[in-house]
Design a protein around this ligand. Structure first.
Ligand code: CA
Length: 464
């Protein structure tokens, strides 16, 4: 009996530990499920559509950017919301067409003008993610207003390491202006010191390398909390400047400008590799979404970029202006695939907030769509029926509905219709053949246009 009791006690104790083990593993599973994934958005600046390996680039190897495309989804029909830098970024940071809040011009660099930049009524991705516990950092180019009220730290980011304006110089010896708030105008803004939060920092390295190293440091420092890293390279935006380390890789490219551009893209690609390697070594790959895209099409004459078959480039309403290289990896969640339906850079905000369960303000509905159901095959439809662009100052519009694309040049009173399926280069205007389609798409355009407002600030238009 004593032995029996002892055995029974033993069994009870074993059962107790088994139950405890199950409970604790349940807790771990639960904890894992509740852990919000990290988010990294890598934005290139003025990178041509065909300047990445996964879009067929031949003369500039981009093995690391291609890793993202190979690990996850490579998009062939991805659009930004506007064909130049700043309004495109305003769309990316808000998930909404920037024309809804008067953001249709590149801002002037004016550190004491609170209205020259992103409207305070809009909520940035960092502000939204803060409400669900994310730690956010931006490294690189901000370009959404230079006033302190629009500084990244004022707009939801916990950390900033970069420059407030647009086309920054790359060599440290060219960055001669210490105080970013002491200058006005674009030219001087390109030569300010880099800022860490609000403090000027004297950099020692080629700027792209500075940003890549800082990105790795950010990931290492914040590996234990859900983080959002917006790695906003100014490369390969002009000026064309590269170091021998990268130039030496392209001795075979005869055109000097293209060679320098290639070197700049290669430096950027190395940086992407550093980021992906950091995720791998910290075992964060499966818990981190990584997006890669360009903010607009390549300005081919300006920085020797190449948009391939696409017509024209940066600032244009043709495909070269706003169809961009775009890839998205989330290991374990998205299979390796090529996704051909039209998607928008605005979808990044919607996808991230859906996954992180961050609330969206009801009076600021998103124009983007959560891409996950489309990439996992749960939803076989197209994410967007229609993709729009408006360029207010030029009175130009784009309406893309499936394969049909209407381009309106208001000032010339001209409407063009293209079928992108068999005419990706927009060579043959078929508007006269299909007047009913032109009318239908124009009605969509008019209805969308009624939801928009006029530009809220003068921006660089003052030069014209
Ligand atoms: Ca740009």
């Amino acid at each position: 009996m004593k032995l029996f009791n002892h055995l029974r006690f033993g069994y009870t104790r074993v059962s107790f530990f088994i139950v405890l083990f199950f409970l604790s593993s349940l807790c771990v599973a639960q904890k894992k499920q509740d852990t919000k994934p990290n988010i990294i958005v890598i934005l290139a600046d003025d990178l041509g559509y065909q300047d990445v390996g996964f879009n067929g680039c031949k003369d500039i190897p981009t093995p690391n950017i291609d890793r993202i495309a190979k690990n996850g989804a490579a998009f062939t029909n991805a659009y930004v919301a506007f064909p130049v830098c700043s309004p495109s970024r305003a769309g990316l940071m808000t998930g909404r067409y920037p024309q809804r809040f008067g953001y249709e011009r590149n801002p002037q660099y004016r550190p004491y003008d609170p209205n020259m930049g992103l409207s305070k009524s809009e909520t940035t991705l960092a502000q939204t993610l803060k409400t669900v516990g994310y730690h956010s950092g931006i490294i690189g180019k901000w370009h959404l207003g230079a006033d302190t009220s629009n500084h990244p730290i004022s707009r939801g980011f916990n950390e900033f390491f970069g420059h407030l304006g647009g086309g920054h110089a790359y060599f440290p010896e060219l960055l001669t202006i210490k105080d970013s708030y002491a200058v006005e105008g674009e030219d001087k803004s390109y030569r300010t010191w880099i800022m860490r939060n609000h403090e000027p920092v004297e950099t020692k390295k080629y700027l792209t390398d500075e940003f890549s190293d800082e990105a790795v440091s950010f990931i290492e420092r914040n590996q234990d909390k859900p983080f959002f890293l917006y790695l906003s390279y100014n490369a390969p935006h002009a000026p064309l400047q590269a170091t021998p380390k990268y130039l030496d890789r392209f001795k075979d490219i005869p055109n000097e400008r293209r060679r320098t551009y290639a070197a700049m893209v290669s430096a950027l690609d190395d940086g992407v590799g550093q980021v992906l390697n950091a995720l791998q070594s910290l075992k964060l790959e499966e818990n981190t979404l990584v997006f890669f895209l360009s903010d607009n099409g390549g300005p081919e004459n300006d920085n020797a970029s190449n948009n391939g078959m696409l017509r024209e480039g940066k600032s244009s309403v043709y495909e070269g202006g706003f169809r961009v290289p775009f890839a998205f990896q989330w290991k374990g969640q998205i299979k390796s695939m090529v996704y051909e339906n039209p998607v928008s850079a605005l979808d990044i905000y919607a996808t991230i907030t859906a996954i992180s369960k961050a609330p969206i303000k009801q009076d600021k509905p998103l124009d983007g769509i959560n891409l996950m159901p489309f990439l996992t095959g749960k939803n076989k439809k197209m994410p967007h029926d229609v993709i729009y662009v408006r360029k207010y100052d030029q009175d130009q519009y784009v309406v893309r509905d499936h394969d049909l694309k209407l381009v309106i040049h208001g000032k010339a009173n001209k409407k063009e219709l293209y079928n992108l399926k068999n005419d990706i280069s927009e060579t043959t205007n078929i508007a006269d053949k299909y007047p009913q389609e032109v009318e239908r798409l124009d009605q969509l355009r008019k209805s969308w246009n009624r939801e928009l407002v006029a530009p809220a600030f003068l921006g660089l238009e003052w030069k014209k």
